[in-house]
Design a protein around this ligand. Structure first.
Ligand code: NAD
Length: 484
């Protein structure tokens, strides 16, 4: 087995195995080969993870934030020093091309560790003068947080959740997606090597039922999920029963609006990044590309030319720009959407077929034009390399149609007229927006969605609010005036 970890779980500073749990086969999407076999967490394993997190969190919260930050910075340095080894593991786990995993996945996780290591010591409260008396506030940790990951950015998701949680004095029990369970185990090892006390970052493997067991446990103060809307609805409801804090990073069907006056090359390049990076398996993708009529045919011609140059292939080769989809199930889902888009009358501009023979789950970069708002391809999240181009005439029309969706994760606008850019973005119902750029998600910037796409924000100062709670302390400085 090319990527067999020491054990399935990592709890209280050590590897833990319980072969009584159902098996999870880890498949390398490049070839379909099984590269590791893991076991789902049994109830005793879940119990061990939660109990050790509760034990560890109290002492951790009592440390100075700079001391916590020092450990996270050391972990970030280890990640950067092992960049190549970690990129390879991420490629095995996800099938994403090594040229992406070298620059995007673990490096952005290291950014998060560094950012929150530096930010945590700056988190302070208020003093509120009340004449003689006063109130002061502190931002207290929440306690034990549960992180549940999706399969598209497994290591980045593990880092984006654990970095603010740990920096701000919480413990985290993390359940990766059963499709990509390897990266989080590596993160747990690295954190302990960097000096993180045992129990503060525990990894348990499993499918939805293991996630559900974590979400409903009375010891859990917060749940942060990255996943689909239907899962988010279930997890949010389960968390609500215990009045737990939540962050929900869910799916989208985001608009990218391109006006006639936009730079053609930039807009085409951004539309490609917004649909083909990670084989289109990115939650914030701009999958509804609204192009103003005056630019439409030139846009499509340039897009077709550039899309057909994308190097699809073996994810382990340096020159490969696009790899396979993550699994057979995802391949079937995406090719089903393509077939139905054709049947509904969308015009296939390029792609649409299976790439590279029958090994692995490759889909060609695909562009549909003449897509209308009612078509399935314009309404549902495909999560594959499939771009829908819709055309529009006026600014007001573009805004109205862009907002006519239940999702609200992301949006972009391309235009040379910056006044218009701000005006349009100001009206778009989405949590994460770009002007003349797309899908850049630096850790300094808050990330998250509105409407069905989620609640809460990851990254930036905004994340502090989601891993701490305000505690106010009234300080009486005079005699107590009682009316009886
Ligand atoms: P998914 O919803 O199928 O699974 C997400 C995670 O939830 C997995 O770990 C799964 O095991 C777990 N889970 C499933 N049922 C559960 C339950 N009842 N209780 C607790 N946990 C449960 O999503 P996926 O297919 O892994 O990922 C793709 C989806 O994630 C897409 O919709 C994508 O848009 C979304 N996504 C969102 C973001 C974001 O930041 N907004 C980022 C990446 C992916």
């Amino acid at each position: 087995m090319r990527a067999q970890p020491v054990a399935s779980h990592f709890i209280d500073g050590r590897h833990v195995e319980d072969v009584a749990g159902a098996t999870i086969e880890v498949v390398y999407p490049g070839t379909g080969e099984v590269i590791a076999v893991l076991h789902e967490a049994t109830p005793p394993v879940v119990e061990m993870a939660l109990a050790s997190a509760v034990r560890a969190q109290r002492d951790w919260a009592a440390l100075r934030p700079v001391e916590r930050g020092r450990i996270l910075n050391r972990a970030a340095a280890l990640i950067r020093a092992r960049g190549e080894e970690l990129a390879l593991l991420e490629t095995f786990d996800t099938g994403k091309p090594i040229q992406e995993t070298r620059v995007a996945d673990w490096p952005s996780g290291a950014d998060a560790l560094e950012y929150f290591a530096g930010l945590a010591p700056t988190v302070t409260g208020e003093t509120i003068p009340l004449g003689r008396d006063m109130v002061y506030t502190v931002r207290a940790p929440l306690g034990v947080c549960v992180g549940i990951g999706a399969w598209n950015y497994p290591s980045q998701i593990a880092c984006w959740k654990s970095a603010p949680a740990l920096a701000l004095g919480n413990a985290m029990v993390f359940k990766p997606s059963e499709v990509t369970p390897l990266g989080a185990l590596k993160l747990a090892e690295i954190l302990v090597e960097a000096g993180l006390p045992p129990g503060l970052f525990n990894v348990v493997q499993g499918r939805g039922a293991v996630g559900a067991a974590l979400v409903t446990d009375a010891r859990v103060a917060k749940v942060s999920l990255t996943g689909s809307v239907p899962t988010g609805q279930k997890v949010y409801a389960a968390a609500a029963a215990g009045m737990r804090h939540v962050t929900m990073e869910l799916g989208g069907k985001s608009p990218l609006i391109v006006f006639d006056d936009a730079s053609l090359e930039d807009a085409v390049g951004a539309a490609m990044l917004a649909n083909f990076y990670s084989s289109g398996q990115v939650c914030s993708n701009g999958t509804r590309v609204f192009v103003q009529r005056g630019l439409k045919e030139r846009f499509l011609a340039r897009l077709k030319a550039r899309a057909e140059r994308i190097v699809l292939g073996d994810p382990l080769q340096d020159e490969t720009q696009m790899g396979p989809l993550v699994s057979a199930a995802q391949f079937d889902k995406v090719t089903g959407y393509i077939a139905r888009a054709r049947a509904e009358g969308a015009r296939l501009v390029t792609g649409g077929g299976r790439g590279l023979g029958n090994a692995g789950w490759f889909v060609e970069p695909t562009v549909f034009a003449d897509v209308t708002d009612g078509m399935e391809i314009a309404r549902e999240e495909v999560f594959g390399p499939v771009m829908a181009v819709l055309d529009f005439a006026t600014e007001d029309e573009a805004v109205a149609r862009a907002n006519a969706t239940g999702f609200g994760l992301a949006a972009g606008v391309f235009t040379a007229d910056l006044t218009r850019a701000h005006r349009v973005i100001g009206q778009i119902e989405a949590g994460t927006c770009w002007i003349n750029a797309y899908n850049l998600t630096p850790v300094e910037s808050p990330f998250g969605g509105t409407k069905l796409s989620g609640v809460g924000r990851e990254n930036g100062h905004a994340a502090v609010e989601h891993y701490t709670q305000v505690k106010s302390i009234y300080l009486g400085l005079g005699p107590v005036e009682a009316p009886y």
